[in-house]
Design a protein around this ligand. Sequence first.
Ligand code: KTE
Length: 506
Amino acid sequence: MKFSKACALLAGCLGTISASDINRPKIHFTPQHGWMNDPNGLFYDKTAELYHLYFQYNPNDTVWGLPLYWGHATSKDMMSWDEHGVAISPDHDDEGIFSGSIVVDTNNTSGFFNESIDPHQRVVAIYTNNSPEEQTQDIAYLLDGGYTFTKYSENPVISINLTQFRDPKVFWHEESAQWIMVVVQSQEYKIDIYGSVNLKNWVKHSEFTSGYFGMQYECPGLIEVPVEGGGKKWLMILAINPGSPMGGSANQYFIGDFDGFKFTADDTQTRFMDMGHDFYAFQTFSDLPTDDVIGVAWALNWAYAAYVPTVAYRSSMTLPRKLTLKEAQVNAERKELTLCSEAVIPKQNKVLSVSNQNLTTSHPIKTNVSATFSFDLSFTVLNMTVKKSDIPRVDISFGNANETVNIIFDSAVGTFVVNRDIPSLDFNDFPFYSHKSIAYVEPTDGEYLLTGIVDRNILELYYNNGSVVATDLFFMEGVVSEFNVKTSLDGLFKLEALDVHNLKTN
Ligand code: KTE
């Protein structure tokens, strides 16, 4: 039995499970205790068939603080994780091992590894060492398959005498036969692109600036993403904090081309990876066994991260998401190449399946659910004229007898609004920022499509085959037990299909 289960069982026996444990998600990674933010060093060990998740970690408190470490967890399926404590520690208590990434140096370009080290376990971490004087890019390597790092004796590998220079994401670029690093001059609003043949000596190739500036750039990423129907395009990922139009911190992305030295965006449009509040510092896995692009984000917002009402720990990661680029309907006339996200979710137990019926006010479709469940919903707007006074809405809600979260679709404006304002929780305890998330969604061939995943205190919504996504935390005093769908007026909407599943959590 896993450590966490034994603790929960023991606590249960002692009747001391705190409210936060009721809220603790079951299929989203959370640290057993302490503070977590950004995912770091995501990689897949092809020999051990193990996914590695490192993360920004303060084991000494449930808020961010120095010294800051890399925490570590592993998983066979990216659903249930085993935690392994601190992976990299700073040399001094006023320093932090800030965000970064991991590459598998299969061909030993760094020279750190002898032939006894399995090529799939030649792990090199590239991270920002944060000290009061400077943020530098440093490297460390593993000689034991992912558990004990040795820092490079000649660190830092990049130093430009800046205190706001961080978050290196590194990958191997086959076409130009070099390691590529994207890293931000955070408050200069620059994504710097560097190249190296050995992970030790780096040359600056170019800079990229675009999108919302916010207060600062953070956590960049550059990855080639499959396009539905064939081909690939390059995706530049960029986090800003604060300054998101949704409030607080957010991730944006740009679609374009990369030649090994310079990234060129296809257009000047700014696109957000997630229209909710709680999706930040997204990072993709290195060395996956397929061409799939899969990554994880931190499921919180710096605007209120220190205040969310969990007790033993703070924060979760999102579910892993598989990224593709598809031509998605963006208005009645036009499709645009759009980033589409698909959640990696566990096995499911169907609890409800209905189709082809009108949605009503008086007879909502309802079912009991476990606190970790998913729903797949599609509906159409019947061609009805609506009197000015009528408000044509679909109301999708979940919760318990006293607390609900509502996802309201308003066909007059083609918009879904998530309302997570739960009266039983005194929001004066912490600034839960905007209680509402707004997503403008186009129908696909006339149908509005929505997949929702609820996991105790986190809601992930995938609209229109994942071309619009929204992640939001919510906090109830009870547990989620009901799900239902109703409308503001009869005869306005037709349910095409609704499947509800409880998600197996082990
Ligand atoms: C922490 O809140 C501050 O100094 C930053 O804005 C958060 O920065 C540090 O977290 C990020 C990364 O840029 C840092 O490497 C990391 C983004 O924990 O969440």
